[in-house]
Design a protein around this ligand. Structure first.
Ligand SMILES: [Zn+2]
Length: 217
């Protein structure tokens, strides 16, 4: 997930998962249909996601919003195609992290089963080699009162995480290609956590996209 960075604080951050949750808790037109889908354990269709998204974008425009950051969407080529008919995307930022670091991050995830806090015990310190820069990501330690209650998600095993990554790579590659062909893709290799990545990301955005504002990431 792309964290909301301070410089974008005036620009709304839209995550489609939040849109679905908001609609479920509302009395909106799609709410009962959504409840049925979720209760049956089915995936929410692209059409429903896009319709929630258009509704959100129209509401934003009416309020005078001049842009938005889309988080985690589109994930498939079909979603990208439908999105193109709904709004103009200026720029797509592909945040990349080496697989060994991603894997260590997922395996290091801990949740406090009392307060729901999210922490990470992984200390990632991969040395640079063969021209590849090293990566350092500090752990996110739990406060003492949470430590006795830390649990690991049942699906954060090496096997499951690797399978998730494989599926992600398979579906995201055509989406990257879609935006690369339209010259809208910015590839960004994460050098570490947010403190290391943030200045470099700003630099990349300013150098390559001076007069564009960021509509999607
Ligand atoms: Zn706690």
């Amino acid at each position: 997930m792309l964290p909301v960075f301070p410089v974008f604080s005036g620009i709304p951050h839209i995550a489609t998962g939040d849109l679905v949750r908001e609609e479920l808790n509302s009395s909106g037109t799609l709410s009962s249909q959504l409840k049925e889908i979720v209760n049956q354990g089915q995936l929410v269709s692209d059409e429903i996601i896009i319709s929630l998204l258009s509704k959100r974008l129209e509401a934003g425009e009416a309020k005078g919003e001049s842009g938005f950051i889309l988080d985690g969407f589109p994930r498939t080529i079909r979603q990208a195609e439908i999105l193109e008919g709904v709004t103009d995307v200026d720029l797509v930022v592909n945040l990349k992290l080496r697989e060994e670091a991603l894997l260590a991050k997922c395996l290091g995830r801990r949740i406090c089963n009392h307060c729901g806090g999210n922490y990470n015990i992984a200390c990632i310190d991969i040395k640079g080699e063969n021209g590849k820069p090293g990566i350092y990501m500090a752990p996110l330690p739990a406060p003492p009162q949470c430590v006795p209650n830390l649990i690991q998600r049942a699906d954060d095993t090496e096997e499951v995480v690797k399978e998730r990554l494989r599926i992600y790579n398979e579906t995201s590659r055509p989406v990257e290609e879609f935006y690369r062909n339209r010259r809208k893709l910015l590839e960004f290799e994460l050098p570490g956590g947010i403190p290391e990545a943030w200045p470099k990301l700003l630099e990349a955005l300013n150098l390559d996209h001076k007069d564009k504002h960021i509509a999607a990431a």
